[in-house]
Design a protein around this ligand. Structure first.
Ligand code: NAI
Length: 462
């Protein structure tokens, strides 16, 4: 007899564990089926490990620049093995915390691969059978690969392998200049790796505002990262000195390692689904409506498995929507056009809402203002004056700035500063309203305040 639960969740990553924790908090009886470790890609092979290594790069830069502050330190070197151990300690502590939390909420966790069958029966690879009054599919995604670059863990790696390294290569090609590519390029370059980025599109960080991308591109160039845009890659050939990557019109470069960061694909291959009305699209994403319902009544899908931004916090948000729908609470769907994005390369990037290009393309008349960090006291104090804040608002018929459409930041700690920009965009606030709020001085957040004030037509500086 299959054991019955209110909700059976397949996959224990951010989408799955958030659904479990939120649902259990609302009194639902929940089982989570996980084939590896709860925490998923984000905790074990994604966000957390990547940001940990980016922090190593930050510490390196700080020590290398210490003399300027009158702090006499030896020039730093890198022991990546120690950094790897520290990363693992951080990951394990969070993993332990998550396991404890799930246990305290009386969530049943079953180790194995789960498949969904008719009547919301979930079969686990260890032979267990569960039946959910509802089922949430949250099996996530894996790195995409490209022909000619088979992942071998020696020359060709994806984020999975890079984040497990004990030693960095001395040179690397990064294929794909998206979020992962830029984070890895930035981290490796700061730690002494000679990095070349090969990006198929004409700009880095597709989706980001052009002015923001220009700041990142300038910084990369200054730091010796060779960024090649609009190039195709044509395979690689290992040899005595590493591997030779062929790209563009007959160009090639020999490096120690190749990092493939060309996106992720949903992990829907082994979900079962026979005898259910769950639909999977051509790219492998499970199809859902705006409250995460699949075609099968009572079955939901969240996180990287569905065709929405592949971000852990989107998985969290979708999990909450699914559980609220299960509880009959008429959830507000996630507004994907206004979600927060944070990219942790140096300089950091953070934004919510439309880029200027996207707003114009969508037919808006816009007013945009930019304010650089170089005029900000705190940015000079911390020694990171690179970057700016850009706010885009709808242009009203009288020429004044109306609803804020997008907030884009690049520079020091902007991932921690996006909050009020995100709120402004989602509140559909106007610059006049937002400019009423006081920014503490001296803080980095004054740059956002100043940009918004400038949009009212009366900036103090801009
Ligand atoms: P991505 O979709 O952000 O970027 C992939 C890049 O590779 C694009 O610029 C694309 O044009 C390029 N590309 C694709 N095929 C190529 C080829 N054959 N040759 C050269 N370039 C090629 O994907 P990424 O960076 O791998 O990240 C995967 C997912 O994880 C994304 O959805 C991303 O948003 C998310 N993520 C977000 C992070 C963040 O927000 N901090 C960090 C890491 C990942």
């Amino acid at each position: 007899m299959a054991e019955e639960f209110d909700v059976v969740v397949i996959g224990g990553g951010p989408g799955g564990y958030a659904a479990a924790l939120y649902g259990a908090n609302a009194g639902l009886r929940i089982a989570v089926v996980e084939k590896d470790k709860v925490g998923g890609t984000c905790l074990h092979r994604g966000c957390i490990p990547a940001k940990e290594f980016l922090e190593t790069a930050h510490v390196f830069r700080t020590v290398a620049g210490a003399k300027e502050f009158g702090v006499m330190a030896e020039q730093p070197g890198v022991d990546f093995g120690t950094s790897q151990q520290r990363k693992q300690k951080v990951v394990d502590q969070l993993w332990k915390g998550l396991q404890g939390l799930m246990k305290r909420r009386k969530i049943t966790t079953i180790e194995g691969t789960g498949t969904l069958h008719a009547n919301k029966v979930v079969k686990v690879s260890d032979g267990t059978e569960l039946r959910g009054r509802h089922v949430i599919l949250a099996t996530g995604s894996v790195p995409r690969t490209i022909p000619g670059f088979d992942v071998d863990g020696r020359y060709v790696m994806t984020s999975d392998e890079v984040l497990a390294l004990d030693k960095l290569p001395s040179s690397a090609v990064v294929i794909g200049g998206g979020a992962i590519g830029c984070e890895f390029a930035s981290m490796m370059s700061d730690l002494g790796v000679q990095v070349t980025v090969l990006e198929a599109l004409p700009k880095l960080l597709p989706g980001c505002d052009k002015d923001v991308v220009d700041v990142v591109a300038r910084s990369f160039k200054k730091r010796g990262i060779d960024v090649r845009l609009g190039v195709q890659v044509h395979g690689h050939e290992p040899n005595d000195t590493g591997t030779t990557v062929k790209f563009g019109e007959g160009e090639q470069i020999t490096v120690d390692a190749v990092v493939v960061s060309v996106g992720r694909r949903p992990l829907s291959d082994n979900l079962g689904l026979d005898g259910t009305a769950v639909e999977v699209d051509q790219r492998g994403f499970v199809k859902v409506d705006e409250v995460m319902r699949t075609g099968e009544s009572g079955v939901y899908a969240v996180g990287d498995l569905v065709a929405t931004p592949a971000l852990a916090h989107i998985g969290f948000a979708e999990a909450v929507v699914a559980i609220k729908d299960i509880l009959g609470e008429s959830p507000v769907p996630v507004d994907y056009a206004k979600v927060p994005w944070c990219i942790y390369c140096h300089p950091e990037v953070a934004f919510a809402g439309m880029s200027e290009e996207a707003a114009v393309e969508a037919g808006f008349e816009v007013i945009a203002k930019k304010d650089p960090f170089i005029g900000n006291g705190r940015a000079l104090i911390v020694g990171e004056p690179e970057g700016m804040v850009k706010v885009i608002a709808e242009k009203l018929p009288d020429g004044r700035a109306g609803r804020i459409l997008g907030v884009h930041m690049v520079g020091p700690w902007v991932t921690e500063q996006l909050g009020q920009g995100y709120l402004a965009v989602n509140w559909e606030a106007t610059p006049d309203e937002v400019a009423q709020f006081i920014q503490p001085h001296p803080t980095l957040s004054e740059v956002f305040g100043e940009t918004v004030l400038a949009l009212t037509g009366r900036g103090l500086h801009a």
